[in-house]
Design a binder for this molecule. Structure first.
Ligand code: NAG
Ligand code: NAG
Ligand code: NAG
Ligand code: NAG
Ligand code: NAG
Ligand code: NAG
Ligand code: NAG
Ligand code: NAG
Ligand code: NAG
Ligand code: NAG
Ligand code: NAG
Ligand code: NAG
Length: 760
């Protein structure tokens, strides 16, 4: 009873004290549940309030007029449940809440002591404890802004004070009626380059992203505006994000709601309501790491792999489970020649495994990243205080998405995209395209040998000015081959262009020339290819073609398979080259039609040369011609027989029919070779040159026939049986395309690739 009396006395004296004090609370003055102090400008008030329908009392700061919304709350986990509680500021400068039984239920736990302390509610909504005679903010003993609740008001920081270790983060309430700690938290993660993350419990829900110059990389709308000014700083003492109001007629707060939504609200006197302006509106791609490692999310097309990567689990990927992400399509060594590809409209990857150096010059970012093979990307940190600095990513890039207006881009190591070489360096490495370096004439221009600065030998294909290869073909070849990786395909290492129209392709160097050099060469050259070598070459070509047709992601039709396009490596393994006219197919497409027929006489399937219809089966036809050439040592195009006017294909079929194939086999193939194998391969070749595409096997059947002993069907009469007849029909129904250079191709002597426009 005595206790009660004492309290009543306190309440009486309090009224007087508080009403006179305005925005401050002196030490040892009781502050009861009905008392308030109000900031000098009248915007905020401090008192014991009950949120929503709750009956519990919480020491809170709320907007006095603006709908009495709570801006800060002290004892979220220790509510006051009886009307006899109170707040006091101790003589040491500690704010304390006592319940009706005089039990201390909450305290600021100030460890230092102050003489003559006061608590003051500032106009910013910051409740501070300071010495009554010392208003210096640097000397505050305690401030509520160090302990954000669920609302970030202007001036409040989110981040970390590196001096005292205080982490500024804000947390959701359990519900609108229960302000105790909810599931969601927004935190500035500073493991690597600082980034804002919305957590659900301990798991990353949404990465709001790193600050990249003028906005959060994950929030396009977070750019500069007229109402508030963002500020992000990394100093020796603290790392933080905050925003300051620019337009003083507006109140603004950012609140993390109990359901995890982060909403920015604005209030104006005229409207007198809090208007939600969504700060973070999550979509499909905001789900953290939606597309897994090295996957890129797009709200319309969902997930895709970064260039040079492929799904780790193709089946799961097809069924739209992207969680396992993407892995490198082929293991390539990193090199000092790697390029960096800008990613301008993408959210920066997760920076938790990144490092940064703000003292670095922007120009050094790329160089530094290049030096370390595990550095996969870099960006200009462009810290607003210094304007410089570099940020580096290591390992897999996680949580990337397409996003317009994402601010500064980042740069991904181009081992996957194709390196762009400096034209002058390459030109110099070919001795300025000297004849001495010339390796030969490719489909669309000369090919030179070059030795790069590090000693690597490469082949450089130059699109000569009078070449028929247009920009379309060039782009096609570059993007097409870059994605194709197989041991029987020539690997494209890079490319180069100039504004003057020079175009270079840089390939791996093949020391042993091309197949035509051997099979159509002198006796010595021919003899160096014994039967096992030829058999290996045929198998290799078949495997390369099968990869193009069926196994590569792109499904490619080569359209110009011929002996001079088969290059030979150190081990005389064949590699298919010259993809200038290759066409990539959709998954369901099996055949297409073109108005531009490209290819080489003697290798073109009838339906392609005459109708412009190409398919994997037109490649199979060319393969068949090639097989017959390899076995006979005779050129399809220039075949002439004194006894008849059949072409090579017709002659081979007749020989097969009349059982005189052995006469056609190249004399340089030793008689001791496995003749039955030679005949079998001959027969496979003939099956490939059947007149109708449907009669030709596909490449997987061809490979099976080559490598097993399955019995073979008898070939029917091939297409283009009689050369002369074909030429006549051909000349009357086609005209040659005069390409950009208006060069007329002399069909009677050309063994080169031609382009014909179909008169459709
Ligand atoms: C607080 O104010 C309410 C309403 O004016 C009143 O009913 C209540 O008795 C007051 N409580 C105290 C402890 O003064
Ligand atoms: C003050 O310290 C007590 C006891 O250690 C603790 O339970 C309480 O959470 C602390 N209060 C604050 C506001 O940190
Ligand atoms: C947050 O996590 C909880 C528990 O893991 C889960 O039930 C809930 O759906 C999650 N909420 C969101 C918005 O992801
Ligand atoms: C997706 O795949 C991962 C790993 O393969 C698996 O753990 C997860 O359950 C799958 N998710 C769905 C929705 O099937
Ligand atoms: C990568 O480099 C290592 C060491 O230099 C070498 O042994 C390996 O063969 C290289 N791999 C490729 C694919 O070039
Ligand atoms: C960071 O690296 C570790 C170790 O390699 C890896 O397990 C983790 O997934 C990486 N995290 C991110 C966000 O890249
Ligand atoms: C490359 O960077 C990683 C991560 O910072 C580091 O651990 C490694 O030592 C660096 N390697 C070299 C060769 O500098
Ligand atoms: C860095 O930021 C400054 C100021 O915002 C801007 O002027 C400059 O262009 C930025 N630098 C880069 C490389 O984006
Ligand atoms: C040009 O090539 C020569 C050797 O052919 C080499 O010594 C020189 O350094 C190269 N110059 C440049 C600029 O690459
Ligand atoms: C190639 O030409 C450039 C410019 O004309 C010249 O500077 C360079 O020395 C030449 N390089 C070689 C290897 O001849
Ligand atoms: C293939 O190239 C290697 C290396 O240049 C050479 O040793 C070998 O003799 C060549 N083979 C043929 C058949 O020319
Ligand atoms: C075409 O092949 C013939 C016979 O091998 C050869 O004489 C001629 O020089 C070649 N023409 C071209 C343009 O390469």
């Amino acid at each position: 009873m005595a206790k009660c009396l004492v309290k009543i006395f306190f309440f009486c004296s309090l009224f007087v004290v508080i009403s006179g004090a305005g925005d401050t609370l002196p030490a040892n003055q009781a502050f009861a549940i009905n008392d308030t102090i109000v900031s000098a400008d009248g915007v905020f008030e401090l008192g014991f309030f009950s949120p929503g329908s709750s009956k519990n009392l919480y020491l809170s700061i709320r907007y006095k007029k603006a709908s009495q919304i709570t801006a800060w709350l002290a004892n979220r986990d220790a509510p006051l449940t009886d009307a006899l509680g109170r707040l006091t500021l101790s003589s040491q400068g500690s704010l304390e809440i006592f319940d009706g039984r005089d039990t201390k239920i909450w305290s600021t736990n100030s460890t230092k002591a102050l003489k003559n302390p006061v608590a003051q509610l500032l106009n910013t909504g910051n409740l501070v404890i300071r010495a009554a005679d010392d208003p210096d903010p640097g000397h505050y003993l305690w401030k509520s802004f160090d302990f954000p609740d669920n609302t970030l008001v202007p001036g409040m920081k989110i981040g970390k004070n590196l001096e005292d270790g205080i982490v500024w983060s804000f947390n959701s309430w359990k519900s609108t009626d229960d302000p105790s700690l909810g599931n969601f938290q927004v935190k500035l993660d500073i493991t690597g380059y600082p980034q804002l993350i919305l957590f659900n419990g301990s798991s990353t829900l949404i990465r709001i992203g790193p600050w990249n110059g003028d906005r959060f990389s994950g929030i396009p709308s977070s750019g500069p505006n007229n109402i508030f000014r963002d500020e992000f700083a990394i100093t020796g003492d603290e790392i933080y994000y905050k925003y300051e109001i620019v337009d003083n007629s507006v109140l603004i707060r950012t609140t993390i709601e109990p359901d995890g939504r982060v909403i920015r609200y604005t209030w104006t006197r005229e409207s007198n309501v809090w208007k939600a302006t969504i700060f973070l509106q999550p979509d499909y791609c905001d789900d953290y790491a939606r597309c897994g490692a090295n996957g890129i999310c797009n709200v319309n097309t969902l997930c895709r792999c970064s260039e040079g990567f492929q799904p780790k689990n193709a089946d799961a990927w097809k069924s739209l489970n992207f969680s396992e992400g993407c892995i490198l399509a082929s293991k390539l060594n990193c090199s000092v020649r790697d390029e960096f590809v800008p990613r301008p409209n993408m959210k920066w990857p997760d920076t938790r495994n990144s490092s940064y150096d703000l003292s670095m010059n922007l120009g050094d970012c790329k160089k530094k990243c290049l030096e370390n093979c595990s550095c996969t990307a870099y960006a200009y940190a462009n810290n607003t205080e210094k304007g410089g600095g570099c940020l580096f990513w290591f390992g897999a890039l996680i949580d990337i998405r397409d996003q317009e207006q994402s601010g500064l881009g980042f740069y991904v190591r181009g081992r996957d995209d194709l390196p762009l070489f400096d034209f002058r360096t390459i030109a110099n490495a070919t001795n300025n395209f000297s004849d001495g370096n010339k390796l030969g004439q490719g489909g669309f221009g000369p090919v030179y040998k070059a030795i790069l600065e590090d000693g690597q030998e490469v082949a450089v294909k130059r699109r000569s000015t009078c070449s028929t290869q247009g920009i379309e073909e060039f782009g096609n070849e570059v993007s097409c081959i870059a994605k194709l990786q197989h041991r029987n395909l020539v690997r494209l290492l890079g490319w180069s262009t100039t504004e003057e129209g020079e175009r270079l392709l840089v390939y791996e160097y093949m020391p042993n020339k091309s197949l035509d050099y051997f099979i159509f060469g002198d006796m010595k050259q021919r003899a160096s290819l014994d039967w096992p070598k030829r058999y290996k070459i045929i198998n290799g070509i078949a495997k390369g073609l099968l990869y193009l047709h069926e196994d590569s992601r792109l499904r490619v039709i080569h359209r110009d398979l011929k002996a001079s396009n088969i290059l030979l490596d150190y081990n005389m393994d064949p590699k298919i080259s010259d993809f200038g006219m290759a066409r990539s197919f959709g998954d369901t497409e099996t055949e297409a039609n073109t108005a531009r027929v490209v290819g080489t006489y003697g290798y073109m399937a009838p339906e392609y040369a005459i109708e412009g219809a190409f398919s994997v089966k037109s490649d199979v036809y060319s393969f068949g011609v090639l097989v017959i050439e390899i076995l006979s040592g005779k050129k399809s195009r220039f075949f002439n027989h004194p006894g008849h006017n059949l072409n090579l294909i017709g002659h081979a079929w007749t020989s097969y029919n009349e059982d005189r194939l052995s006469e056609l086999i190249d004399v340089s193939i030793p008689k001791t070779s496995d003749r039955s194998e030679v005949f079998r391969v001959f027969q496979i070749g003939l099956l490939c040159v059947q007149q109708y595409p449907e009669d030709r096997p596909n490449m997987s059947s061809v490979l099976m026939m080559l490598t097993s002993k399955v019995s073979l069907p008898h070939p029917k009469q091939p297409g283009f049986f009689i050369e002369r007849k074909f030429d006549k029909a051909y000349n009357s129904s086609r005209k040659y395309e005069a390409d950009s250079v208006n060069s007329i191709i002399d069909s009677s002597s050309s063994n080169q690739t031609i382009t014909i426009v179909s008169p459709r």
